[in-house]
Design a protein around this ligand. Sequence first.
Ligand SMILES: *Cc1c(COP(=O)(O)O)cnc(C)c1O
Length: 396
Amino acid sequence: MIYADNAATTKMSKKAIDEMVEYMEGCYGNPSSLYEFGQEAKVALEDARNRIAACIGADAKEIFFTSGGSEADNQAIFSAAKLGEKHGKKHIISTAFEHHAVLHTLERLKKQGFDVELLDVHKCGVVTPEQVRAAIRPDTCLVTIMFANNEIGTVQPIKEIGEICREKGVLFHTDAVQAVGHLPVNVREQNIDLLSLSAHKFHGPKGIGVLYARKGVVLDNVINGGAQERGKRAGTENLPAIRGMAVALEEAVGNIDSYTAKLIPLRNRLIDGLNKIPYSELNGDAEKRLAGNVNFCFEGIEGESLLLLLDDKGICASSGSACTSGSLDPSHVLLAIGRPHEVAHGSLRLTLGEDTTAEDVDYIVKSVTEVVTYLRNMSPFWRDLVNGKRPHVFAE
Ligand SMILES: *Cc1c(COP(=O)(O)O)cnc(C)c1O
């Protein structure tokens, strides 16, 4: 099997697994318990918090553990909205290609009377700082823009956007779930007030993540109960997962340079190979993208059929995001960058990882080329394109 879906989730690191087992077996006390066995767990919890904070340039007091990226996004956005509302500010700026954890949270706020403005995304998959500057109004309370897109891998000018928000006195949140552990992230240098991260996207366990909130940004509770996480997120801490996340994050951050140097040539080899398929195009900028991300549209293809036939060939890939597959709507990300519906339906995301080899890439290119040809040969839609009854969207 070739696993080319690392944006959906990653294989756990061996070190992180060992760390988790150690804590499940040997340190199962409750960090809130006062006896020494509980306090050992408390020390291990705070040690993990310190180490995670160091990996993103934050202070330990600014790290709040959550159940993952989705919860962190929800809490960040609801908190900023509540703070804004207090001052009569109900305008929120985001983009049309955010993750659903952000978009659906914003929809909820819209129903509560917030004015949500989604910026257009340029066809290269990037939002510019100038767009953000032009959109900020006196009643803007939050700008939330993802660090790197989960479908097309494009990386946003976060530091520059953060600088504008600082200057204008507007809170800036970034969903950095695809970036942390893959790109250098430093909340101080990049002017970030709120940031979401998730362990399972960098070889850590599923169901654990972090909301970073800059000192002074008051969080609102999404989960109510006990006084854990300084009263901002109730529930007994998942210490094994938190320890596993800390170990995986340190490992990922330490490997960023070697990982990037290894993956970029493989990614480019895959892009070059798939570019040879007629009437196909890469989605998003070829350079300003995550080292492992390749996303293509093929004319005259249904993404779902492509995935199933690739699965038969032992390749795990994705079409649109994992959360939307199963629905017949084309990816909102591809529509946001201006792909027409009929082309957006024929998309394929391949996300490479540490284990990917050049042989894997060559096998993927060969398999995708075969499957695309096979599917086109049976498609009435493709026949219309060939006969000139419909215009092509892409050049040959
Ligand atoms: C995976 C992902 C999420 C959701 O994270 P979970 O930990 O699975 O809840 C949010 N945003 C982006 C960009 C993601 O890729």
